[in-house]
Design a protein around this ligand. Structure first.
Ligand SMILES: Cc1cc2nc3c(=O)[nH]c(=O)nc-3n(C[C@H](O)[C@H](O)[C@H](O)COP(=O)(O)OP(=O)(O)OC[C@H]3O[C@@H](n4cnc5c(N)ncnc54)[C@H](O)[C@@H]3O)c2cc1C
Length: 197
């Protein structure tokens, strides 16, 4: 199957398929447009979208002006590239890391390598800075039937498992699922049309 030409088709989550039709449903995520508090009761920036965060800070700044400012008004808003991450920036970077971890995992992992990765995932799922995300991820892995336990025998299993884990979050957020047959082209080899070469 040949992925579509990115020049003629808008980028999609499924580069090997036709662009998706708009999703009619509202995103199901309970966190959307909601300000999440940290465990200390203060707003959790890493658990919140940039839009919700900006709304909060806008409200905090909305005090009546008493003097007329003479400062020059910048012609365009300053870039936000170097601001602290929100839940989305953190998520994108972390998925890049996690899928890259699977891409560099041994084809067949030793008992020791499997043990190290299991330990990493357990610690990751406790320390991920968006605590609500971490809670859900940990609960998903610990699903009582055992069907979501990390599959660590080798790269193919682990890569597919990570893709399923990511799809679980995609579903929760009302996003399109990724076709896990293509995880390796996305994260290790590059697409077969050569655009990543
Ligand atoms: C463990 C974890 C839990 C999270 N939980 C939450 C949460 O509870 N609430 C919340 O708001 N955000 C959460 N996030 C962040 C969220 O998953 C997204 O990262 C964020 O919304 C930005 O999404 P995005 O559309 O830019 O693409 P991302 O979902 O970040 O994906 C990045 C790229 O990965 C590829 N991709 C997408 N799906 C898959 C897949 N299944 N397998 C392989 N590759 C794929 C696509 O090319 C995509 O462009 C979590 C992130 C992580 C790492």
């Amino acid at each position: 199957m040949t992925p579509p030409n990115p020049q003629t088709n808008p980028p999609t989550l499924f580069p090997h398929q036709q662009p998706p039709t708009p999703i009619p449903e509202e995103p199901k995520d309970k966190q959307k447009n909601t300000l999440i508090l940290d465990k200390d009761g203060k707003p959790c920036r890493l658990c919140t979208s940039a839009a919700s965060w900006r709304n909060l800070t806008k409200q905090a700044k909305a005090t009546p002006a008493t003097t007329k400012s003479t400062a020059a008004v910048p012609s365009s808003p300053p870039s936000q590239d170097d601001c602290p991450p929100d839940v989305e920036v953190l998520g994108r970077s972390t998925w890049t890391f996690l899928h890259s971890l699977t891409a560099s995992y041994p084809v067949t992992a030793s008992r020791e390598q499997q043990g190290e990765m299991r330990t990493f995932l357990n610690i990751f799922s406790r320390l991920y800075p968006c605590w609500v995300c971490a809670d859900d991820f940990r609960n998903w892995m610990a699903e009582p039937s055992g069907r979501n336990e990390p599959r660590l025998a080798g790269r193919a299993d682990f890569g597919t498992w990570m893709c399923e884990a990511h799809n679980e979050v995609n579903r929760k957020l009302g996003k399109k699922e990724f076709d896990c047959r293509f995880w390796e082209e996305r994260w290790r080899t590059g697409w077969k049309d050569g655009r990543c070469d």
